[in-house]
Design a protein around this ligand. Sequence first.
Ligand code: ADP
Ligand code: MG
Length: 696
Amino acid sequence: MGKDKVTEEYGSLLFTDKVMQERLPKPTYKELRQVIDEGKPLDLDIANEVAHAMKDWALEKGATHFAHWFQPLTGITSEKHDSFITPKSDGTVLMSFSGKELVQGEPDASSFPSGGLRATFEARGYTAWDPTSPAFIKDEVLCIPTAFISYTGEALDKKTPLLRSQVALATQAKRVLKLFGREPKRVFTTIGPEQEYFLIKEEDYEKRPDLVLTGRTLFGCEPVKGQELEEHYFGTIRPTVNEFMKEVDDELWKLGVPAKTKHNEVAPSQHELAPIFEQGSLAVDDNLLTMEKLKLLATRHGLACLEHEKPFEYVNGSGKHNNWSICADDKNLLEPGDKPSENLQFLVFLAALVAAVDEHADLLRMSVASAGNDHRLGANEAPPAIISVFLGDELDAIVEALINKEEPEDHGSERMDLGVPALPSVLRDNTDRNRTSPFAFTGNKFEFRMCGSQQNLSDPNVVLNTAVAEQCDRFATKLEGVSEEEFTTVALRWVRHTLRDHQRVIFEGNGYSEEWEAEAERRGLPNLKSTPDALPVIVDPKTVEFYGKYHVLDEAELHARYVSKAEQYAKLLNIEANTMVYMARSLYMPALSDFSGDLATAVATKAEIGIESPAEKDLVKMVTDGITAISAAAADLEAKNTETQALEDPQAQCNSYRDVVIPAMETLRAAVDGMEKVCGADYWPVPTYNEMLFWV
Ligand code: ADP
Ligand code: MG
């Protein structure tokens, strides 16, 4: 890379604030800024001017098309490209792009999952420009981040509820801050998602129908070596991988995605990319772009990037840590601060978070539930399925002290001495990390570690934002109207009571241990082990009321999300079951048949010249029995999958996948994996774990 190519190219494919300033008339720029920063409604005249400037900029960068870029309930991104051309009567074309085209698009919504929200006769949905996420150019297409909504206004995507939850949080947090004498212009969340992924050779990937069709290996016996030597984590990055990572960085930087850290992860062939945190919904968009770039660019290096939560049994799976905080203008509200008054404000937000996580633990768990993530959570490599909060020694001690203190008398300032001055310096250097905790305080932010690697981060952040908004609402409602003299006392009492009422969710110990599972049960914490267990939470009356109150999702929208999530789970497992049956019959059985057939021939030939080979003979028998077992297990899986497919009730169907189909899949896998251990390598039809995971 030449001299400071990075600063030159950074954000060159992004319609940045700087570009807007340069290209928009001053008043237009000012108004647009208000739309972006303060959520002011957008005027069509402004949109027209922005569209014009955007088009000119995009054409200069070589773009020929534009697309509304959106996030249907599948979680991945969608786009339909429209060219800028408008033919003229003289046979030439004009490149045009109007404000209306910028603001609103009309993709045919009928093929996206809607959970029944949108009957086919009203198949039209529309996309609406999200001006808080800048437009960017990808493969000569000007991409405009948008929300995807039905004609009757229901959210059909992941982004809409996220934006709504951000509004709810900003509104309620501003009420809290006002009580502390602060009136920030903007209150927003910050998110830094750490993305894990695997890289294997593309030629291996292409030979594994399970990886191609489902993203994970459905078969494969334990590799002779796993991650036990702990040599991969932070190990030297291999040249091929390094070349790939460099290109990813370059491409992301051009798009203004602040990719920062890259390293090898715990499992062999596993890696991580972490960006610098950004405003919440923008960080989610950028994470989606990152996932797309990782996948696409890998193939240029002869690699395949696996973003599934559990591509390989026997080694760690991949997650995505959601680092989360709230910011008021440029001040991080989870920064403990130096002054006692700021400490009190910090304690209010801290207590709000603890309460938020406790009250909506089931919803938070649900927000990360997926067939893929079910392989990870609770498997001693990722947090357990039980939600708890880790505060670290110092903060935990302060919380304990606060809770155990008797009811304060009305001497506000005196109360502030309850160990609170000890906060700032200790906390800032807090390096205590508990990797087993699903929700950990890490100095000046919380880290939610349950998210799956291939998941769109909107869902968990919708829960977090709304749950914290609810607590802020409660605090503000209680404190508004309290006299200035009493404020500190009453506020501190609220903190104490809130922490006391929700102390059960605070856990500093080892989240992997069996004792914790038992302890959590005693504490009454939910333990939703699988996706089907977690699904009903979406439509629980408590959820409907909670989301309804803050205008994040209404009952119909929640029902749709439930249906869509259940469908996704069932469809995915159906594909996995089908793929297994297909691979068993068309790959493994023929290979084993060849192997045992050749062996049998060898045994017979040897016998003809008087040489007995009992070992080979036994092997022929063993493999023949193996073929029989595989055949039976495949037939059984096929039958159970068919029965499960026929179930009409979505919950019953998901339960049946979990209780009936998954065990049948495990039986088939065990039969095949057992044979992999004895079959000749030349006969084995697909690359093995040994080959795929240790490819250099
Ligand atoms: P780890 O030890 O978990 O790898 P790091 O200190 O490297 O943690 O940070 C991980 C992520 O947290 C990074 O993406 C970083 O940008 C993000 N982060 C840091 N501060 C904040 C914040 N205030 N809000 C949200 N994310 C943050
Ligand atoms: Mg982390």
